[in-house]
Ligand binder design. Structure first.
Ligand SMILES: Nc1ncnc2c1ncn2[C@@H]1O[C@H](COP(=O)(O)OP(=O)(O)OP(=O)(O)O)[C@@H](O)[C@H]1O
Length: 666
């Protein structure tokens, strides 16, 4: 009964039916009521569920409206009352900011943090540059601004703020920071991150101050390093900043002092503030070019790096031997160079190799265009050069940069003024003259094997480090630090001279000698002790190498000789066959002429004969005619005479009356 009352409270129609009230509002209510009653459920449960659902629904509605309201308010705030700056991790400014955050201990000590021991974790773009010259990245500050330190066990962990919201105070102002992964990051590639800074208020001044401070701090730090830009293998290739390399002291490059001084003076003069005006006044493009040529490992790249450090210029490195390099790419890269920089063009001999090897234009066109009458010697020399070039081309992966493409890039319209161009090559003799003519190359520096001066210099460069006073000077005297240093330097000077005198001059590259010294870097005397063994083994190696090179050279010479002979034979055969052709032609011509003359003669004779015959025939005919005429005349005369006789006879007969006049006449 109680149940029925409850039901009737919730479902009046249903209860009405149940009680047999004909005024039931819900059809079937009676049936549902009796079903609920029959399974013994308390209908008030439904009431409670219904009420709860209603409350939850209302709460959701309220919350969603409240969220909407909050979103609107926050949007209003961010649109009107908040300033923000967003930096992508692919941008250089990101590096400045991350370094700044690291320096100021912001985000690295946050509760949520990312951890890695890998280098350059956050920036895939920059990571590519660590492959510069095949070297492993050093422990210099990385692109996400955090230096990796190593302990004895290996790289230490580094901490970065995880994606999310952080806050910090800058000049007593609250700054919010959000690190957010790019939306299209799927987890299997390196994450690209957006860093956004917010300040309250409509003025962006605080944010700009932070960014400017970060930029200054970063660039000041970089002053002690050289910024090296390389190309990224994207399409089209673009410049990208690699991780900075520690500045290289010019003194650490051992070469002829006079060359070094001359070069530095020239570059400094070129970079003087009024130099540009001077160039323009004299109608010259404001550019300067240098060629460093010679053996590999003799210091060309080292000198470039040291010059960049000395002159505080960034370096832009381009390798023409790279297979991705092409004329249009080169032009594009030159066009985007900054106003003052060093552009280092490596392996310039590889420009145009393909073209020359396959005889498009250039050297081989020149050969081809030479007439056959040229000196054999000259031709042999050209063939030799060609063989060498082919060999070289085979050694290198073909670059598709043509000579004209390179020249265009160097001093074409799109080439910026103000830059210093340094070209390096191991094969100066293979360069096109156009490439190294004055105006493109204003100064050349040759790098060769180490002579005695360089050997001593290399020794001193490794051991005479004033900051690194050695422990190998053992003396019982009590010496001050300065005295100890002097003594040490004196000793190094002596050892350097000994070192220089014991190594054959011009036999080893500076890189080789440096390699040996570095294997004894903690003790100069140790280096001298090990020198004989090293020299013996190296000289043996060099001997073997020279022998095999000699053999290869001889093989090449023999092959070249054979080729030259073949070509000469071909040439002789060709000349011979041409000569024969000419002779045959001349003979044919002569025969033709003779035949013609003969034919003409014969024809003439024939004509003459015919003429003669004709004449004779005519004469004969005439004669015959005349004879006939004579005969006719005789006959006529005879006839006339006969007729006269006959007439006379007839007349006589008539007179005599004997004959008929007609038959007598017949
Ligand atoms: N003249 C030098 N003075 C000091 N170090 C040198 C010198 N030459 C070579 N080295 C050392 O040898 C190594 C190779 O030198 P570097 O790369 O400058 O040679 P390179 O002439 O540019 O060679 P490549 O033609 O192969 O590019 C470097 O580690 C460098 O420090």
């Amino acid at each position: 009964m109680e149940a029925m009352e409850a039901i009737s409270a919730v479902l009046p129609g249903l209860s009405a039916s149940a009680t047999g009230d004909p005024g039931s509002v819900i059809p079937g209510g009676q049936l549902i009521g009796s079903l609920i009653a029959s399974i013994g459920l308390d209908p008030s449960l439904f009431v409670k569920i219904g009420v709860t659902l209603t409350i939850v629904a209302s709460l959701f509605g309220f919350l969603s409206n409240a969220w909407e309201g909050i979103t609107q308010i926050s949007k209003f705030f961010s649109d009107n009352l908040v300033s923000s700056a967003t930096i992508r991790s692919t941008d250089e400014a990101y590096v400045y900011m991350m370094r700044w955050l690291y320096n100021h201990h912001i985000s690295t000590d946050s509760r949520l943090f990312g951890v890695t021991c890998r280098k350059n974790q956050m920036n895939p773009n920059y990571r590519q540059h660590t492959r510069w010259y095949g070297q492993e990245p050093s422990d210099e500050p990385e692109t996400d601004g955090i230096g990796i330190m190593e302990d004895d066990l290996g790289p230490k962990l580094k901490y970065t703020a995880a994606p999310g919201f952080y806050h910090f105070f800058y000049k007593r102002r609250l700054v919010l920071m959000q690190r957010k992964l790019k939306d299209d990051y799927y987890g299997f590639e390196e994450p690209d991150v957006d860093l956004t800074l917010f300040t309250f208020g409509r003025s962006p001044v605080t944010l700009r101050e932070i960014l400017e401070e970060a930029r200054k701090e970063y660039l000041m730090e970089q002053r002690s390093s050289t910024l090296i830009h390389t190309t990224v293998a994207s399409y089209p290739p673009t410049w990208s900043l690699g991780h900075p390399r520690p500045s290289r002291n010019l003194d650490s490059v051992i070469m002829k002092e006079s060359d070094k001084e001359k070069l530095l003076k020239d570059m400094k003069e070129y970079l003087l503030p009024n130099a540009k005006k001077w160039y323009h006044k004299h109608g010259l493009p404001y550019r300067r070019g240098y060629l460093f040529y010679g053996l590999p490992g003799a210091g060309k790249t080292s000198l470039t790096l040291a010059l960049a450090s000395e002159l505080c210029l960034p370096i832009y490195v381009l390798s023409l031997a790279s297979s991705t390099m092409a004329d249009d790419v080169l032009l594009g890269l030159f066009a985007t160079l900054p106003k003052k920089c060093i552009i280092l063009l490596e392996d310039i001999d590889s420009a145009g190799i393909d073209r020359q090897s396959f005889g498009g234009s250039g050297l081989y066109t020149t050969i081809a265009s030479k007439s056959d009458e040229d000196d054999d010697e000259e031709e042999e020399e050209e063939i030799r050069k060609r063989e060498e070039k082919k060999k070289l081309a085979a050694l290198k992966q073909g670059s598709s940069v043509s000579l004209s493409g390179l020249l265009n890039a160097i001093d074409g319209i799109s080439s910026h003024e103000g830059r210093i161009l340094i070209m390096t090559t191991n094969y100066r003799e293979l360069l096109d003259k156009a490439l190294i003519r004055p105006g493109r190359v204003d100064m050349e520096i040759k790098f060769g094997n180490a002579d005695i001066e360089i050997l001593e210099g290399l020794f001193k460069a490794v051991y005479a480090d004033e900051n690194d006073l050695p422990n190998f000077i053992r003396t019982k005297e009590k010496l001050s630090k300065a005295e100890l240093k002097e003594k040490y330097l004196e000793k190094i000077e002596r050892l350097a001279q000994e070192f220089g005198s014991r190594i054959p001059s011009d036999k080893f590259t500076p890189a080789e000698v440096q390699g040996f010294l570095l294997s004894h870097k903690s003790d100069p005397e140790d280096a001298l002790d090990g020198l004989d063994d090293w020299l013996k083994s190296r000289l043996q190696e060099i001997d073997i190498q020279e022998q095999s090179e000699q053999k290869a050279k001889e093989r090449l010479e023999r092959a070249t000789e054979r080729k030259i002979k073949e070509l000469q034979k071909k040439k002789r055969d060709r000349i011979k066959s041409e000569r024969k052709e000419i002779e045959d032609e001349e003979k044919e011509e002569k025969e033709r002429k003779e035949k013609k003359e003969k034919d003409e003669k014969e024809k003439k004779e024939k004509e003459e004969k015919e003429e003669k015959e004709k004449k004779e025939r005519e004469e004969k005919e005439n004669n015959e005619k005349e004879t006939k005429l004579g005969e006719n005349n005789t006959t006529e005369t005879k006839l006339t005479n006969g007729i006269s006789e006959l007439k006379e006879k007839v007349q006589m007969n008539m007179v005599n009356g004997v004959v008929d006049p007609v038959s007598s006449a017949e």
